[in-house]
Design a protein around this ligand. Sequence first.
Ligand SMILES: Cc1cc2nc3c(=O)[nH]c(=O)nc-3n(C[C@H](O)[C@H](O)[C@H](O)COP(=O)(O)OP(=O)(O)OC[C@H]3O[C@@H](n4cnc5c(N)ncnc54)[C@H](O)[C@@H]3O)c2cc1C
Length: 259
Amino acid sequence: MVRARVVRTERTSPHFVTVTLGGEELSAFEFLGLDQCTRLFLPRAGQSSLRLPTAAHNGWIAQYYLMSARDKPYVRNYTVRRFDAERRELDIEFVVHGDTGPASAWAAGAVAGEEVGLFAEGVYYLPSPGTDWQLLVGDESALPAVASVLEQAPPDLRAEVYLEVPGADDVRELVVPEGVNTHWLVREDPGAVPGRLASRTVRAALADGGLPEGRPYCFLAGERDLPTGLRRTLVREHGVAKADVTFVGYWRHGRSYLG
Ligand SMILES: Cc1cc2nc3c(=O)[nH]c(=O)nc-3n(C[C@H](O)[C@H](O)[C@H](O)COP(=O)(O)OP(=O)(O)OC[C@H]3O[C@@H](n4cnc5c(N)ncnc54)[C@H](O)[C@@H]3O)c2cc1C
């Protein structure tokens, strides 16, 4: 567990805020790259100091649940968007989805000097050896993970990338190898559940034979119904091996993350 402080924030686009965290303790953060995830611990309103579990590995979970409601920080999962070991800085790119989410609200109003806790977790993106191309699909919560994976991809990567974002101004230039086709899907309707448009679009491309031939490795992430539903379609209707699909429910529509 390491402590860090907000160094600066930047509104990356209308629905994204990048928070740069820094501090001496980040030299102990074990950075793995790709879509590496970190547990992020945030103070609750009214807490004067941030209380953090101290145990290594999964021991922190037991400690966390034994903390009193008053002391317990919020804990959420976020992708490490950038890590600069020399400057001891770490970026997290938050989707700003309103005040109902403590993490979203915190990011939207974060100010320099605020303290957070970080617990490094692992990577989910683990392409199977021997696949011919990749299918990467995500809603906006998975944009940081997909962007990081693509920035670190080998130059010969062949991939079809489908990214759903809330508005046209959230579309951005990604650093990708030449064999990567990026399909931006702009939701526009603020009432629509994130991920549904991406699911529909990829299903239509699969049905039309609009995707490359050969064996794909698939990485699906975002609102829970997107990865679980699309995996079912890929496996049951298109003969993709379960082992060639990584699917991660990043959040659930209408449900707050526990803690
Ligand atoms: C491995 C992993 C990596 C992740 N990386 C990132 C990342 O880099 N950036 C990022 O923004 N998120 C990321 N997420 C998702 C993030 O953890 C969740 O969105 C989290 O629930 C946000 O916490 P909150 O306190 O804002 O909202 P919560 O308290 O969890 O939820 C409050 C309400 O907001 C809704 N909600 C939660 N998230 C969203 C959303 N993204 N859009 C719309 N409504 C939402 C919930 O359904 C609920 O109704 C990642 C999740 C995982 C598992």
